[in-house]
Design a protein around this ligand. Structure first.
Ligand SMILES: *[C@@H]1O[C@H](CO)[C@@H](O)[C@H](O)[C@H]1NC(C)=O
Ligand SMILES: *[C@@H]1O[C@H](CO)[C@@H](O)[C@H](O)[C@H]1NC(C)=O
Ligand SMILES: *[C@@H]1O[C@H](CO)[C@@H](O)[C@H](O)[C@H]1NC(C)=O
Length: 398
C-alpha cells in the first residue's frame, strides 16, 4: 500500500510536470490572465478591493463582488457571505473556474454580497504597518494567527461596512481550520456567524494519507527550528517578494515540479481535473504562506490532536505547560455543515467524522462522487453540480 502510494506520487509528479511544461509553451494562456480584482471585472461582475489591518499590524486585502449583474436589487441589504481560501492559496480560488462554475459568482447570482479574504503571507497580503516582508519575523505565524487575528479584523470590517449583524462563512481546508481556531479561542465571534460551510474540513489529521503532508512529520520541533523557519512557503512566482530564491523559482522544470507536487496533497481524480485549465491554475497557485503554517499541520498529524502551535520547551513559558493546549471545540456553537470528499487524502472522511462528533452543531455531508479529492472543491470540472449548488442550498436552509 505504502509503495503504491509513493509510486503514484512520483508518477503523477513527472506526468504533471511534463504537462505543465508543455502548457507553459502556450504563450496565449498567461497573457490573458489578470490579477484580482480585474479578473472579476473581466468575468463581467463588479469588483471591489478593501484593506484591513489586524490587531498585530498585518495589512490584508479583501476582494468583494457586491452584487451580480444578473440580479436586480443593488440597493437592498443583501446577506453577506465570506469566503476563506486554504493553505498557500488566495481569493482567486473562488472565481478561477469562471461565472458558470465558481462559487463566488454563483453566490452573487443567488443574491449574496460576496467577500473574499486573503490571509497574511499570501500574494495579496504581504504588508505590515511596521515590518517588512523581507524580515524573517514577518513570517513568524501559523494558521493560528490567521484565525485569531486575521478573521476577526475581516469579519468586523465587513459587518461595519455593510451594516449587517452577521454573515455566512465558507472555508476551504485551512480556511476551515482558521475558523475553528478563532471560534474556540474567541467564542464571542460565534454570534456573528449565521452558518458555516466547511469544504474539506481540517482540524484532526490523524488519518491523513497525503505523502506530501506526511513530510512535515520529519521536521523537528523546538526553538532553534522555529527561529530558522520564519520564511515564506511556496510564494507565488509572479508576485513573490523574492525571498525563497530556490527550488520553486528557478527554471521552468523544477518550478513546475514544485507547484505540481502540491496536487499530491489532496489525492488524485484525473477525471475532474481539466488539463486545459492547469496552466491557468498554476499561474495563481501557489499563492504563498508561511513555513510555520505547514509545520503546524505536521504537528497535528503527529499528535492526533487539534491543538495550538508546539514551540518545544518554550511551551512552558507560552502556555505554562509542556504541551500546547487543545482548541476547545465545545466553544464552537455556530451551526456548521461539513462537506467531505471520499477520496480526499488530506481531509479524510475518518478525521472529518471525528470532528463532526466533537462539534456541538455539525452536520456531515459527503460529495456524491467517490473519487472526489481535496482540490476538486476548487477546480473540479463538475464543481458546480457536485459542490457549489449544495453550498447554496445549505446557506439558504440555515
Ligand atoms: C428582475 O426583475 C424583473 C421584473 O421585476 C423580473 O421579471 C426578473 O425575473 C428579475 N430578474 C432576476 C434575476 O431576479
Ligand atoms: C454562543 O456562544 C457565544 C459566546 O459564548 C454566546 O454569546 C452566544 O449567545 C452563543 N450562541 C448560542 C446560539 O448558543
Ligand atoms: C476545460 O477548460 C477549458 C478552458 O477553460 C474549457 O474551454 C473547457 O470547456 C473545459 N472542459 C471541461 C470538460 O469543462
Amino acid at each position: 500500500m505504502r509503495l503504491a502510494v509513493w509510486t503514484t506520487f512520483l508518477a503523477f509528479m513527472c506526468y504533471l510536470a511534463m504537462d505543465a511544461v508543455s502548457g507553459r509553451r502556450n504563450k496565449n494562456v498567461p497573457k490573458s490572465l489578470s490579477p484580482m480584482p480585474k479578473l472579476i471585472t473581466q468575468h463581467g461582475y463588479p469588483a471591489e478591493t478593501h484593506t484591513v489591518t489586524t490587531e498585530d499590524g498585518y495589512i490584508l486585502t479583501m476582494h468583494r463582488i457586491p452584487y451580480s449583474p444578473k440580479s436586480n436589487s443593488t440597493d437592498t441589504k443583501r446577506p453577506v457571505v465570506f469566503l476563506q481560501h486554504g493553505l498557500i492559496s488566495s481569493s482567486v480560488d473562488w472565481v478561477i473556474m469562471g461565472p458558470d462554475k465558481s462559487l463566488a459568482y454563483l453566490l452573487a447570482d443567488g443574491g449574496y454580497d460576496v467577500w473574499m479574504g486573503n490571509s497574511r503571507g499570501n500574494m495579496y497580503s504581504t504588508k505590515h504597518n511596521k515590518l517588512s516582508a523581507m524580515l524573517p519575523i514577518f513570517w513568524s505565524f501559523s494558521w493560528h494567527e490567521m484565525g485569531v487575528y486575521d478573521l476577526p479584523a475581516e469579519i468586523d470590517y465587513i459587518l461595519t461596512n455593510t451594516g449587517q449583524n452577521d454573515l455566512s462563512y465558507v472555508g476551504h481546508s485551512m480556511g476551515t481550520t482558521m475558523f475553528f481556531a478563532l471560534m474556540s479561542v474567541k467564542p464571542d465571534y460565534n454570534a456573528k456567524i449565521r452558518h458555516m460551510v466547511a469544504l474539506a474540513p481540517v482540524a484532526f489529521l490523524r488519518n491523513t494519507k497525503s505523502p506530501f503532508a506526511s513530510i512535515t512529520k520529519l521536521l523537528p520541533s523546538g526553538v532553534l527550528f522555529d527561529f530558522v523557519s520564519n520564511w515564506p512557503f511556496f510564494p507565488n512566482k509572479k508576485l513573490s517578494n523574492g525571498l525563497l530564491g530556490t527550488f520553486c523559482k528557478i527554471g521552468t522544470i523544477t518550478q513546475s515540479m514544485c507547484t505540481n507536487t502540491l496536487f499530491q496533497i489532496g489525492g488524485f481524480n484525473t477525471n475532474q481535473l481539466n488539463q486545459t485549465m492547469l496552466p491557468t491554475i498554476l499561474h495563481y497557485f501557489p499563492a504563498g504562506s508561511s513555513i510555520k503554517a505547514w509545520k503546524h499541520y505536521g504537528q497535528l498529524i503527529n499528535s492526533g490532536s487539534f491543538r495550538q502551535y508546539d514551540h518545544g520547551l518554550v511551551n512552558l513559558y507560552k502556555y505554562g505547560n509542556l504541551y500546547p493546549p487543545d482548541y476547545n471545540l465545545d466553544n464552537i456553537n455556530s451551526s456548521v455543515s461539513l462537506v467531505v470528499g471520499a477520496n480526499d487524502w488530506l481531509a479524510t472522511p475518518e478525521d472529518a467524522t471525528q470532528l463532526q462528533l466533537q462539534l456541538p452543531f455539525a452536520v456531515y455531508h459527503e460529495v456524491g462522487l467517490p473519487e472526489f479529492n481535496h482540490f476538486d472543491f476548487l477546480w473540479a470540472i463538475d464543481v458546480k453540480t457536485l459542490v457549489n449548488d449544495k453550498v447554496l442550498s445549505l446557506l439558504k436552509a440555515n
